[in-house]
Design a protein around this ligand. Sequence first.
Ligand code: BGC
Length: 814
Amino acid sequence: MKEKFRVYGERTPKATERELFNRKLSKIAAEEGIVLLKNEGVLPLQGETVALFGNGARLTVKGGSGSGDVHERYSVNVEDGLKNNGISVVTSPWLERFSAEYEHDKKDYVDRVEKAIKGYKVWNVMAMFQKIGEFKLAYPTGDKITKDDLVKADVAMYVIARQAGEGDDRKLEKGDYLLSDLEKKNIDLLARTYRKVILVINAGSIIDIAPIEHEVQAIVYLGQPGEEGGNALGEIVSGKVSPSGKLTDTWGMTYADYPTAAFRQDEKLEEYYYEGIYVGYRYFEAKGHRPLYPFGYGLSYTTFNTAYQSLEVDGSSVRLRAKVTNVGAKAGKEVAELYLARPNRKLPGEKKFLVAYKKTKVLQPGEEEEVTLVFDLAKVGAYDEKESRFFLEEGSYGLYLGGDVLEAKPVAVLLLKEDIVTEIVSKSCPKKRDFVDLALSTAKDDYEGLPVFEVEKFQPITHSYDYPLPQVSPKVQHYLDTLSNKELARLAMGGGFFSKHFIRVPGAAGNTTSRLLQKGIPPIIMSDGPAGINLLQNGAVTRSGMTRYIGSLPEQWQWGWLKKWGPKLKFLYAKDKDIKIYQYCTAWPNATLLAMSWNDDLLFEVGKAVGTEMRAMGVTLWLAPALNIHRDPLCGRNFEYYSEDPLISGHMARSITMGVQSVGGVGVTIKHFACNNRENNRTEVNSNLSERALREIYLRGFRIALEARPWALMSSYNRINGVYAADNRDLLVKILRNEWGYEGLVMSDWDGADHSKYESVLRNGNNMIMPGRKEVYQKLLAAIKDGRLDRKTLLYSAAYALNLIFAAATSQGF
Ligand code: BGC
C-alpha cells in the first residue's frame, strides 16, 4: 500500500449530474410528504395574488440543527418557491423589514458572544468554543404586521417556522410549542382583513395551532422540507401537484391531551414511561381524546373511496385486497391504511393499531387501483411479561380499513378459537422500581355482518441464546488469527478526530482506525444524517496529506482571535497545488416529512440517492436512519425520527436502508438504540419502562428495520431501566443478536460509552467505542493487561469491524 492518502468528492465546485438529479428527487420527496390539514375551497390557487407574511416566509427552515444538519449548495425558501410557480407575492416591504430585523438580532447575538469571549486566546481555544456554545441565536418569531402592510391581495399566507435540534428539548412555551403573542395577533389581523388565509407550518414537529385553526381557511404542514421545500410548496399551492402526505403523529387539541403532559419528568434524570404502550394515537383513542388532526390524516385536492375486496389467511400471513377509486375531479394519490383491533380481554391494550398501508400511484378522476395490504400475525402479538412471550388471545380481531385512524372502519374479522403463542423470548431489561403501566379499556365495535376468517394455530418463534462469533471471510479470519490484542483494540474503537486519517473527507463525523494500514486494513469514514450527508461544502488536502481550507475558515470557526487572525494564518489555506475537494450534498426533507409520504418506494429511491452520494464522497457508513419513537411532541430531535408509531417508523427505516445499501459498498447505521426519547440530559437520563412497552413500542421499529440488514447500529446515550444502552447486554446481545439475529456492527453514540467501563461496554455487546481517542485506547490496553478484557471479546469487535471495512467501496484495492 504505497498511497499516502485517498481523497474523494468533486474536483470542481460545478454542480454534477448527480447533484441535479438529487435536487429534483428532493423536491418530489417534499411534495409527497407535505400534508394538507385544512382546505375550505382556497387551494389550489387560481392565479390569486398572495400577501405573504411570517418568519418562515423568507427564512424557511429547511432542516433541524446539530448532527442532523446538511450543508447543501442552496435552499429555496417559500417566497421564491411561490414566485417560481408563477404566484405573485405582494408584501415585499414586510419581508424586507423582517429580514432586516433578523440581521439586527444576529448582529446583536454576535456582539454578545464576542464580548463574552474577549479574553480567550490561542491556548484556550477549546474553552472558547465551549463558551460560544452557551449562546443561542433565538429564531425570531416575526415582525408586527401594521395597517400599511395590509396591501390589496386575494389571499394571505402566514408561514410559522420553528427551529429545533440535538441536545435540547422543545419548550411548552410561547414562540415554541405554543404560538407567540405576536403570531396570534398577526394571524388575527390577517383573518379580519383577508377573506382567505392560508397557514403554513414550517416546523419539524407539532405546534399548537388549535387556538387559531378556526380563523384560517387552509392549513399546510410543510415540515422541514429540505433544499427544494419552497418549490415543492409552490407546486402544491399552485395545483401542479395534489397533496398526498398523511400525518405520522397525532396533532392534539392541546398539549394536555398527550400522555407526556402527565408523565414527563423533564429536567429530572429519572423518566418513567407510565403510559406504557399508550403512545400517540393509542393513547388518544383509548382515552377518547378527540385530536385536532388524527394519525394518518391528510387531505387531497380530490376524494377517494377505499373499498374492501377480499381477504386471505395463510398460516400467520394475512392479505387484504382493497380497491381505491378516485371519486373526485382532480388527479391525486391516496394511502390505504389497515389497522388491527385485538380483543384485549387478557391484557389491556389499545383500541387498534396500524398493521399495513399502501400508497397508490397518481389516480386520474374515475381511475381505480387495487392494493394489497399484507401483515404477519406472528409479529403483532401482545407481550405477556409474566410468561416472557408474545401471544394472540382467542377471540375476534377487527380489521379496519380507511384513510386515517379515526376514519378507518371495520371491514373483516379474524377469528382465533384458542390462544396462539407467537414468540417465546427471554426476560430482558427488568425494571429497577416496580410500577404498573397505565391500563385503559377500549370499547369494542360491533362486527356484526362482517366476513369472518378463521386463523389456524401456528408455531411460535423460539430462540437460542448462544452467541457465536460472526461468519467471516478467509481474509478476515487471517486477521483474527494474527493480529495482537493491542491491534485488535484499535478495531474496538473509532479512529478519533485528531488521528491521522488515511481517507480525507472534510466534515465527516467519524472514522475507524488508520493505524493498521501497514497491515492492509484501511479506515472507513462515517458521516451524519438523516436529512442528507453532513459534510463541509469543501476542503483541501496537501500533497503530503494535510487538510486545508479553501479561501476562508468555515463560518463556524469565525469567532474571537480566530476570526481576527484567521485570514493571516496562511498555512491554513489551500495553495494552487493542493487538491481541492467539493462536497455539495443534498438536503432532503426531514425524516418525519419523508415518513408522511407513506411511500416505501420513495424512501428506497431517496436512500439510493444518498448511497450514490456517499460513494462519491468516500463515505462508507451513514449515521442514519434514526427511528426513535415520538413519545413526546416536545422531544428536540423528533424531526430526525419518523413517527409515534413503530410500524411506520420501521418500514421507513427499512426502505431507506435498502435504498442506500442497494448501491453497494456503503451502509447505514440505524440509531439510537433505544429509548432515546428526550434530549434534555440525554446522556444520563434513565428511561424507566415496562418490558411490554419496550418490546411492543420502542423496539418494534428497530426489529422491522433489521429486515434490510443494516451494516451498523448505534446504541443510544440514555439508560434503560438503570443500565446504559451502550453497556446493556440484554439489549445488545440477548435481544439484538440472539432473538433478532442481527449480523452487523454495533457502535456507541459519540462519547456514549464514557459513563461505563470501556471493557464492560465491549463485553456487553457494543463492538466499537466512538469516536475514539487516546484515552480510550490506553484504558483498553490497561484492561487487556490486567485481564479485565480478554481476546475473545476483542475478536467480536474485530470480526464485525473487519467484515464491514472490507465490504466498503473505499476499501477496494487493499
Ligand atoms: C448524535 C448522533 C450522531 C453523533 C455523531 C451524537 O451527538 O447523538 O446522532 O450521529 O453525534 O455526530
